[in-house]
Design a protein around this ligand. Structure first.
Ligand SMILES: [Zn+2]
Length: 251
């Protein structure tokens, strides 16, 4: 095969991979649009009692509101926990129905996963806009396509706690504070986990203890805590391109 054909094929494959993994359309929010000391705590993969309840106790102690990206089938299993999260003034987001890696699945399935969980959330609360975060933060082509079609934004993050790899509270606290306190990180969206997608009984004590310490340290530094709905309209996107992608005719 001639070197030219090999080069063209290589470039074609690279372009397809780029389109799939980093679709250049749709909105993906990674942090809040502020240079003030404001952060958003977000918790994924719940509701997961008793850990979600213990976490709510810690948040209440500090009078801090957070955003919980819940898995639909766990909403079905623990409605009382969902009600408590809402009653205490926190925001609920959509984290799919069963936590598959949506980016590798067909668009109709992605849409079903999102809408099924929207319906469950609306059974618990009247919400103007339900924010969505894909499992594993995989905003790959099928996810970006469906979100653009539904005119919805993906909520990512810029501070990873890595609490899905460790429940050592020292490590989680250190990781989050190091990233959040660096000067370029004002408006951080911090991702933590009150549940674990692969194991519904996983212990989240480390995350809860770390939350207590993180809030204490950030408050001492003058930080305020917001729900995503408090700042949604001013949040920035790292990809400002509108939901248009030529031949795909996204409506
Ligand atoms: Zn998750």
């Amino acid at each position: 095969m001639s070197p030219i054909i090999i080069t063209v094929m290589g470039l074609g494959a690279a372009t397809l991979l780029w389109l799939f993994f980093r679709p250049p359309f749709g909105k993906n929010i990674v942090r809040l649009n502020t240079d003030k000391r404001i952060v958003a705590l977000t918790y994924d993969d719940g509701p997961s009692p008793p850990y979600t309840d213990q976490l709510l106790d810690v948040l209440a102690k500090h009078n801090v509101k957070a955003t919980f990206f819940m898995i639909g089938k766990r909403i079905e299993r623990h409605p009382e926990t969902v009600n408590r999260v809402i009653a205490e003034g926190h925001q609920i987001g959509n984290h799919s129905y069963s936590h598959p890696v949506l980016g590798f699945l067909p668009p109709f399935y992605v849409q079903r996963q999102i809408e099924r969980t929207d319906d469950l959330i609306r059974q618990h609360a009247v919400v103007e806009e339900i924010v969505f975060r894909a499992p594993m933060l995989t905003r790959f082509l099928p996810v970006a396509y469906v979100l653009a079609k539904l005119d919805r934004t993906h909520i990512s993050c810029n501070v990873w706690s890595w609490d899905w790899t460790t429940q050592n509270p020292d490590k989680i606290t250190e990781t989050v504070l190091k990233k959040t306190l660096s000067s370029t990180r004002a408006g951080s969206i911090i991702v933590l986990h009150d549940g674990k997608a692969e194991n519904k009984n996983a212990n989240r004590s480390g995350t809860i203890e770390a939350t207590d310490r993180i809030i204490t340290a950030l408050k001492r530094d003058g930080y305020q805590f917001v729900r995503l709905s408090d700042v949604r309209k001013t949040a920035i996107s790292n990809q400002q391109s509108a939901g248009r992608f030529g031949f795909m005719k996204i409506k």
